[in-house]
Unconditional design. Structure first.
Length: 219
């Protein structure tokens, strides 16, 4: 099992062009999405949404504002936009946070108040997330990368290729999300994208720094 894990991580690479005729099975892609859903997040508040874009007309509309996906948008079996929540819905006193604590976490009123107070202190004092909108969005976006990593690792274990993509024009993308996808951009913005499929060309051997060069132990 340990060898299989390392083999999968060596297999994984940022695949820039996929075999457009080879599709991921419904079962395998469902597994990839489930690992995103089951990913950890701060306070368990899941500040994300996953848009699976299979419609090629919509993909074409993404092309002009997505310079990092010119090879993957037309060829990927599955293409996912990962949205992160903005301050409006991530504030300690928002409807969304109340929904998460009450309806998803099933906290009773006393525990809910304690958790909200703790979260308020965390946002205001510890991380100063409420000083501006960008702080909150960046904090939420960092959590989406946990889900992103889990999705790509799961894909590699299944023999599926992937490519994470940050190369997009944020302002133009927000307009497209609102107009073409019906996204409430007062609550969400694009954090990162990821394409999945099967490689056309074999990749060279992976290069990384030695483990000893990036690790320090304190015993």
């Amino acid at each position: 099992m340990k060898k299989e894990i390392i083999k999968a991580y060596n297999f994984r690479h940022a695949c820039k062009v996929f075999d457009k005729d080879k599709k991921i099975s419904e079962e395998n892609f469902s597994t990839i999405l489930q690992t995103a859903r089951l990913s950890p997040s701060s306070f368990g508040f899941e500040p994300w949404k996953f848009l699976v874009v299979q419609n090629m007309d919509l993909r074409k509309k993404l092309m002009p504002v997505t310079w990092g996906a010119q090879g993957t948008l037309p060829t990927a079996s599955h293409y996912v936009l990962i949205l992160a929540r903005k301050q409006k819905s991530m504030r300690f006193d928002s409807k969304y946070i109340t929904h998460m604590m009450k309806d998803v976490h099933s906290l009773d009123d006393d525990v809910l108040k304690q958790r909200r107070d703790m979260y308020e202190m965390f946002q205001k004092n510890d991380f100063k997330l409420l000083e501006n909108e960008r702080n909150t969005f960046d904090w939420a976006s960092k959590q989406t990368y946990i889900a992103l990593g889990n999705m790509m690792s799961t894909a590699a274990l299944l023999g599926v290729d992937s490519c994470p993509i940050e190369g997009f024009k944020a302002d133009e993308m927000e307009s497209i999300l609102e107009k073409e996808f019906g996204v409430d951009t007062s609550e969400f913005a694009l954090s990162v994208m990821v394409a999945f499929g099967y490689r056309v060309n074999e990749q060279p051997e992976k290069t990384r720094q030695d483990l000893e060069d990036i690790t320090q132990w304190y015993i």
